[in-house]
Design a protein around this ligand. Structure first.
Ligand SMILES: [Zn+2]
Length: 374
């Protein structure tokens, strides 16, 4: 199979370029839908049944299915066609190939991963080697903004799966990601009382001073050795230079390796008490994605994949990431999940985003082997 996929190298390069030229920022629905239509057509050409889940604010979600009547639990691919890059990025960050690297916005995160998956499926189907079990792809369109619109559907569809394959990029060295931190974000609000800063400062309750104390208290929850970070990332407050501020708020980004850390932080953040008499302080949870814990199931799933890869002369290694993916949801549900199956690459969300071209064939062969042997 590896020889077959090596022969597909130019076709894979061409298809990545085709996808990158569709600029697909998560919040521009029409742009994401344009690539979604291309994806739906490609799935149909490969004989899949395609269901479209219409969305109002983000691109429509797609669910492609092969072998719907076959026995056994499905293997489910999770991919996302949105990127962090705005429309127009291609003008000053065009696609280019240099020294075996393909550069472009979204090239590795994750259009390269989508091409690897499609190539593996195409190869198996062409050689009549697609295993006789249900195989599915869920195409997400808002992963880069936290999968708020898609989380429910991902969880519903993944519930049934024997294995979830997440086509996010591997590490620069090509390792899979067997743990990912979870994320929870909050907004902390303080309400005090406005007063003239010159005439009657004693009548004011300074919301900024109160918020500052809260921020320092929350900052003390950092436990970097344990993988827990609590970061105040945005702050606003006050109304004029000569007014004791009545309002202030801060945005909090928290990350953690384990669910218990998530719960411990949530408990602190959601139960803040004012330092200043008369001030009101409260927090709202904006968003959260549970951690992909490096637990027994994760280790077992990776070991099984590693053995399958080894039998095909592919060496698999594992690492982790501080950033989340849709794999966080499925891993937290106790579904065997492999993440970072996309090509090797670097510069995610950065101006040097790149795919290592030589890794494309190996990854396609790996995907084909996993489908056949799981
Ligand atoms: Zn991604």
């Amino acid at each position: 199979m590896l020889t077959y996929f090596k022969d597909q190298k130019q076709a894979m390069i061409d298809e990545i370029i085709e996808f990158v030229r569709y600029e697909t920022p998560s919040r521009v629905k029409v742009a994401v839908d344009a690539l979604g239509a291309v994806m739906a057509e490609k799935f149909q050409q490969l004989g899949a049944q395609v269901t479209r889940f219409e969305q109002n604010e983000v691109g429509d979600l797609l669910w492609a299915k092969w072998n719907t009547d076959a026995p056994g639990k499905p293997i489910l691919f999770l991919v996302h066609i949105d990127t962090v890059w705005d429309i127009g990025t291609l003008e000053d960050f065009p696609v280019r190939i240099e020294d075996g690297l393909l550069y472009g916005p979204g090239a590795v995160d994750m259009k390269g991963g989508i091409v690897v998956m499609l190539t593996a499926l195409r190869g198996l189907i062409a050689q009549a080697q697609l295993p006789n079990r249900p195989i599915q792809v869920l195409v997400n369109t808002d992963e880069e903004i936290g999968s708020r619109h898609s989380q429910g559907l991902i969880q519903d569809i993944a519930r049934n799966a024997a294995l979830v394959l997440v086509m996010e990029p591997g590490t620069p060295e090509g390792a899979l990601k067997t743990w990912r931190k979870g994320i929870a974000t909050y907004r902390v609000h303080v309400e005090g009382r406005a007063a003239h800063a010159g005439n009657t400062p004693e009548q004011g309750i300074n919301a900024i001073v109160e918020l500052s104390q809260q921020i320092l208290k929350l900052h003390a929850l950092n436990d970097l050795k344990y993988g827990t970070s609590v970061s105040t990332t945005l702050i606003e407050g006050g109304s004029a230079g000569n007014v004791i501020p009545a309002k202030a708020s801060a945005y909090l980004d928290t990350r953690f390796m384990h669910l218990n850390a998530m719960e411990r932080i949530a408990n602190e953040v959601m139960n803040l008490y004012p330092f200043t008499p008369g001030a009101n302080v409260w927090a709202e949870k904006v968003h959260h994605r549970p951690p992909m814990e490096h637990n027994a199931l994760m280790r077992e799933t990776f070991e099984r994949a590693k053995a399958i890869a080894q039998a095909h002369d592919i060496t698999l290694r594992e690492e982790g990431s501080g950033g989340g993916s849709d794999g966080n949801f499925t891993a937290a549900m106790g579904i065997p999940t492999l993440d970072g199956l996309g090509p090797q690459g670097d510069g995610l969300h950065a101006r040097h985003e790149q795919v290592v071209i030589s890794s494309l064939a190996t990854r396609a062969a790996l995907i084909a082997a996993l489908l056949q042997n799981w």
